[in-house]
Design a protein around this ligand. Structure first.
Ligand SMILES: *Cc1c(COP(=O)(O)O)cnc(C)c1O
Length: 361
């Protein structure tokens, strides 16, 4: 395990101490003789795990009391459907910022359930990919919500501004950036994240939603996707993904133990600048995102000679640097450096890149 660094975009690396702890507890959890996976979600022991996880998440993100925290099924894409079903009527508009492939996917799904409309797409600035805020005039005050994705996992485009929403609730897909830095939750109507990047195992999605947005679900909303039902039943309307919830709880405790999101943000900034500096210092590698829109979580980069791509991936693998092949729609390489990636993983990658350039550059 020790000499491998996994740069997978998702499901992604989990913190090493969390994996060790889960292994120790796997078959005999809390000296109960059973696994946490094998006990009732309504039993006292699991309820404690569930409540602690929610409290730790609330502490980490300083979630105000008038927001509900929901642990749901269906990952990120499940929410692409759940958001329009819960927050809009079929005749209502949802506004969308499209900065890459996930925010684009969210519009296509929303359009099944409401009048989804794209008001701003990523463009270029100085020949590099760039995402600018929408004009205030493009925000229809009667829209049900404005959806955006502040970190595009595939494209490596990120931004930290929030759109001026004219009172329209902001809804953010934070699947690949949640918990990477502190957030002001009160600026959002809701946000959500599929778990498998910065939270835990795939399948789980975490939803943080303001109470005022509950009670609006379309009648056709599947019950397991209904935020109001989920809130009423403490996310146990049906059997939740208990093991994922437990593991997410361990990740939250790990984040607290290292000093919370301020410390996490500091580490993430160091990792990202280490990698971008290496890319920028060389003509052999390049990243085609404007410096103001570069993701700190997903770093796509290209080799000057694409014919060397598969050799790069192979030789990196052989040195324990895994899953660096870019998304099939983008090509090149992509290093995902989520919370669980230690700085050592990034420095190992940067050394490998320098050596690869010496050999083939
Ligand atoms: C991974 C990802 C998704 C999709 O998650 P699934 O759990 O596969 O449905 C959606 N949005 C973003 C930003 C993602 O990174």
């Amino acid at each position: 395990m020790s000499n491998v660094y996994n740069f997978s975009a998702g499901p992604a690396k989990l913190p090493e101490p969390v994996m060790q702890q889960a292994r120790e507890q796997f078959v005999d959890w809390n000296a109960s003789g059973t696994s946490v996976m094998e006990v009732s979600h309504r039993g006292h022991d699991f309820i404690q795990v569930a409540e602690q996880a929610e409290q730790d998440l609330r502490d980490l993100l300083a979630i105000p009391a008038d927001y509900k925290v929901l642990f749901m099924h269906g990952g990120g894409r499940g929410q692409f459907a759940a958001v329009p079903l819960n927050l809009s009527r079929p005749d209502q508009t949802s506004l969308h910022l499209v900065s890459g492939s996930w925010s684009k996917g969210a519009v296509a799904e929303a359009a099944k359930y409401n009048q989804a409309r794209v008001i701003k797409q990523a463009g270029t600035k100085d020949g590099l990919a760039f995402m600018a805020p929408p004009a205030a005039a493009d925000i229809d005050k009667d829209a049900a919500y404005l959806h955006f994705c502040p970190n595009e996992t595939v494209d490596g485009i990120a931004y930290d501004w929030l759109p001026e929403a004219n009172g329209v609730p902001l809804v953010a897909d934070m699947s690949s950036t949640i918990l990477s830095q502190p957030l002001d939750i009160s600026r959002y109507g809701m946000l959500y994240a599929g778990a498998q990047k910065n939270i835990g195992p795939s399948g789980l999605s975490v939803v943080i939603v303001h109470e005022s947005l509950l009670g609006k679900a379309q009648t056709a909303t599947p019950s397991i996707f209904d935020y109001t039902l989920a809130a009423k039943h403490d996310s146990m309307y049906n059997t939740p993904p208990t093991f994922s919830w437990y593991l997410a709880g361990l990740v939250f405790q790990w984040l607290k133990s290292i000093g919370g999101l301020t410390e996490m943000a500091r580490r993430n900034a160091t990792k990202a600048s280490t990698l971008y500096n290496a890319i920028d210092a060389s003509d052999f590698y390049r990243n085609q995102i404007h410096p103001r829109c570069r993701s700190k979580m997903n770093v796509p980069f290209q080799l000057a000679d694409a014919a060397l791509d598969s050799r790069f991936v192979q030789e990196a693998e052989a040195q324990g640097l895994k899953a660096l092949k870019g998304h099939r729609s983008v090509g090149g390489m992509r290093a995902s450096i989520y919370n669980a990636m230690p700085l050592e993983g990034v420095t190992a990658l940067v050394s490998f890149m320098a050596e690869f350039e010496r050999k083939y550059g």
